[in-house]
Design a protein around this ligand. Structure first.
Ligand SMILES: NC(=O)c1ccc[n+]([C@@H]2O[C@H](COP(=O)([O-])OP(=O)(O)OC[C@H]3O[C@@H](n4cnc5c(N)ncnc54)[C@H](O)[C@@H]3O)[C@@H](O)[C@H]2O)c1
Length: 262
């Protein structure tokens, strides 16, 4: 399959989890991937083996200049950037009365400001081409509140609205912008923050909030990102798309068990 033949994609958070698996999937579909993350990971070699023209940049998404350099290098080597996926992010938060300002700023800076900067450096090429797909990675926690969310949920809610704004600003130039809102996806972040932090048993109510009764897989986010990067989604813009096994579909009160549906 090569649904992204000739496509150039800038993907942040590309050393781990959702970003890494998406980079691999995009490479398998024929794309050149410009990966970025804080530190190089040997897992990137799998992407490079599939797509040797791809490259990896060690950078911090909170900084504009290195991202600008990565984007400029991609344009001088490959002529353009067709899509950007902003998967770099961190977990964090806690109830507000216990929240240090430093923690609030760290999470907002990486998840929200970092997203804006990653998109910003790709826009000139998209504007020039009058075509492009911006794929931000928000969260179901950017669509609703939850216990202890605070700065994480605020950062992801910000990503959702930023994405809708991008769709408004750049749509007439042929640029689409959509936010993927994953449920809980089994990645290193999830293993540390959820399973490591709470233990599997205490995390079960969260698992069952996904109406499919299981955690998501990064491949399921990568498949959605592929749809949004490709022309299959050519009339989809401004959407905050839950990819969450039904997490935000509605509340449950044990009726499914009573009706013998669980
Ligand atoms: N896993 C989940 O359950 C889940 C659910 C909803 C949303 N998300 C979001 O998906 C995205 C990817 O998460 P993941 O689960 O794959 O996590 P992950 O920890 O496996 O990967 C995140 C990557 O982002 C990188 N990163 C962090 N700060 C950075 C910075 N300042 N500059 C550059 N790179 C940085 C990390 O080094 C890491 O490689 C995040 O934005 C996360 O908030 C994850």
């Amino acid at each position: 399959m090569s649904r992204l033949e000739g496509h150039v994609s800038y993907i942040t958070g590309a050393a781990s989890g959702i970003g890494l698996v998406t980079a691999k999937r995009f490479a398998q579909e024929g794309a050149v991937v410009i990966g970025a993350d804080l530190k190089y990971s040997n897992s990137w070699e799998e992407v490079a083996a599939i797509s040797p023209a791809s490259s990896f940049h060690e950078l911090d998404v909170r900084e504009e200049e290195p991202q600008q350099e990565a984007a400029e290098a991609a344009i001088s080597q490959h002529g353009k950037i067709d899509s950007v996926m902003t998967a770099a992010g961190v977990a964090g938060g806690g109830p507000v009365h216990m929240l240090e300002l430093e923690e609030w700023q760290r999470v907002i800076d990486i998840n929200l400001t970092g997203t804006m900067l990653s998109v910003k450096v790709c826009l000139p090429s998209m504007i020039e081409q009058r075509k492009g797909s911006i794929i931000t990675v928000a969260s179901v926690e950017g669509l609703e509140g939850c216990e202890g969310g605070s700065c994480y949920n605020a950062s992801k809610g910000g990503v959702v609205i930023l994405t809708k704004n991008l769709a408004c600003d750049y749509g007439r130039l042929g640029i689409r912008a959509n936010a993927i809102c994953p449920g809980f996806i089994d990645t290193p972040m999830f293993q540390t923050a959820i399973i490591g932090g709470m233990g599997e048993e205490r995390a079960d109510p969260i698992r069952f909030q996904h109406k499919l009764g299981r955690w998501g897989k990064p491949e399921e986010i990568a498949g959605t990102a592929l749809f949004l990067a490709s022309d299959d989604s050519s009339f989809v813009s401004g959407v905050a798309l839950p990819v969450d096994g039904g997490y935000v579909a509605g509340h449950q009160y044990g009726m499914a068990e009573m009706m013998d549906l669980a």
